[in-house]
Write a protein that binds this ligand. Structure first.
Ligand code: MN
Length: 227
């Protein structure tokens, strides 16, 4: 599953005075997996349009500006994230790269009117870790609503167990070696036009009606980070 799209670009690679043209894979902005009005009336087309075209695309464009001509150009997005994390000089690259990845993963974590449900394997793991699907939803809600400021909440697989973790700002559970299965964007821009300050209503709606269980189940089965 393509989480971070890659495109092919020709770049000049120079050694001394001689330059040759080589092709490298560059990071591309994947399209939304649903139409802009595909989550209405729960999340409006206006929210999705702003969120995708201004925020997500903004991170993508900033990232490309920041890595152009650096060692990170042509590197897979996940590698850029892992290599820049915790490095003060690379803070801006990390933030934009990780936000780029997180948003692509978030879009895929959502679906509406598809009536997806966890695979048998994922359901068993959920029952083991949270007693029941309802128990999982309650814990996801409680953890999401107690995040202070901007960030993300994730269902992850870690050492063969499922966990719910929250990350601040642009942070990613991949840093801790965790495999994300789904996420919810808890930044204000994800819900403010529709829910204003009622973040818990947005969280409740996503948990009850918008989780793409097909995506989470596929990620559970994959060895890598779900792409
Ligand atoms: Mn966002």
């Amino acid at each position: 599953m393509a989480t971070s799209g890659l495109a092919i670009a020709a770049v000049a690679v120079c050694s001394g005075l001689s330059c040759t043209s080589q092709t490298v894979k560059t990071i591309s902005l994947p399209p939304l997996p649903f139409p802009e009005n595909g989550l209405e009336p729960l999340i409006s087309a206006k929210t999705i349009a702003f969120h995708y075209h201004k925020h997500h695309k903004g991170y993508f464009e900033n990232l490309n500006k920041l890595i152009n001509g650096t060692e990170f150009y042509g590197m897979p997005l996940e590698k850029v994230i892992l290599k820049t994390y915790g490095n003060d000089d690379k803070f801006q690259i990390f933030n934009n790269a990780s936000q780029m990845w997180n948003h692509t993963f978030y879009w895929q974590s959502l679906s509406y009117n598809k009536m997806t449900e966890p695979s048998t394997q994922l359901k068993q793991k959920i029952n083991k870790s949270f007693d029941s699907l309802e128990g999982f939803k309650k814990q996801l809600f409680d953890i999401s609503t107690t995040l202070f400021g901007s960030g993300w909440v994730w269902l992850v697989s870690y050492r063969n167990k499922l966990e719910i973790v929250k990350t601040a700002n642009a942070d990613s559970p991949m840093i801790q070696g965790m495999k994300p299965l789904m996420t919810i964007d808890l930044w204000e821009h994800a819900y403010y036009l529709d829910y204003q300050n009622r973040r818990s209503d947005y969280i409740h709606t996503v948990i009850e009606k918008l989780i793409n269980w097909e995506f989470a189940s596929k990620n559970d089965e994959n060895e890598s980070y779900g792409h």
